[in-house]
Structure formats: C-alpha cells, structure tokens
Design a protein. Structure first.
Length: 107
C-alpha cells in the first residue's frame, strides 16, 4: 500500500468534522448518527501534510442534516456530502437493546 491517507480514514475525519460542527447546537439527550456519505477522494495526502476539512450545513430537512464537505492540503483532496440524522439517544439505545441477544446495550 502507498504511504498516503487512506480513503476510510478520510471519510472518518470528514464525519468527525461534521459532528464537531454540531457541538452546542443539539438539545439535551440528542446526538447525531451518520446515515449517508458521498465523498470523492481526488488527491493523495502524503505523511506529514496538514489536511484541512471544512463542513458546512447545506440543508436541514426535519431531523436530517446535509453537510457539504471539502478537504484540502495544497490541493483539493476530497469533496462531497455527508448526511446525519438527529436522534433521541435514550430512544435509540432502547431500540438497540431490543436488537441484542441479551437485551443489554453493548458497552
């Protein structure tokens, strides 16, 4: 494998940037979950290069938030969209518990 930033890590960094953009904007008991990623990976990022990621909320439809994302170093490395759903954490954890074998939420 070449010594560059892998696409999976780039997607994770883009998602994390969107999550951080929402800091302080959600109600108590709410959080977001990623539900869709549509990102291009257009240029390699070599080790030691600083990558800047910008996430801008482009659309809010009910509880679905769509972000425009761009990542760059000296060049545009990545661009596209990421959607997140605003959820009630307690309600989500109850649904999750119902899907586990013993009814307990995984730690």
């Amino acid at each position: 494998m070449p010594q560059v930033l892998a696409t999976g890590y780039l997607v994770g960094l883009a998602e994390w940037t969107c999550m951080q953009a929402l800091e302080g904007h959600l109600d108590k008991g709410e959080c977001t979950l990623g539900i869709h990623v549509d990102l291009s990976h257009e240029a390699p990022t070599p080790p030691g290069r600083t990558l800047s990621i910008v996430a801008e909320l482009a659309k809010a439809e009910g509880r679905i938030l769509t972000f425009e994302v761009t990542a760059s170093d000296a060049a545009v490395v990545c661009r596209g969209t990421h959607r997140r759903a605003v959820i009630d954490l307690d309600r989500f954890e109850k649904k999750l518990a119902a899907r586990t074998a013993d009814g307990q939420v995984p730690a």
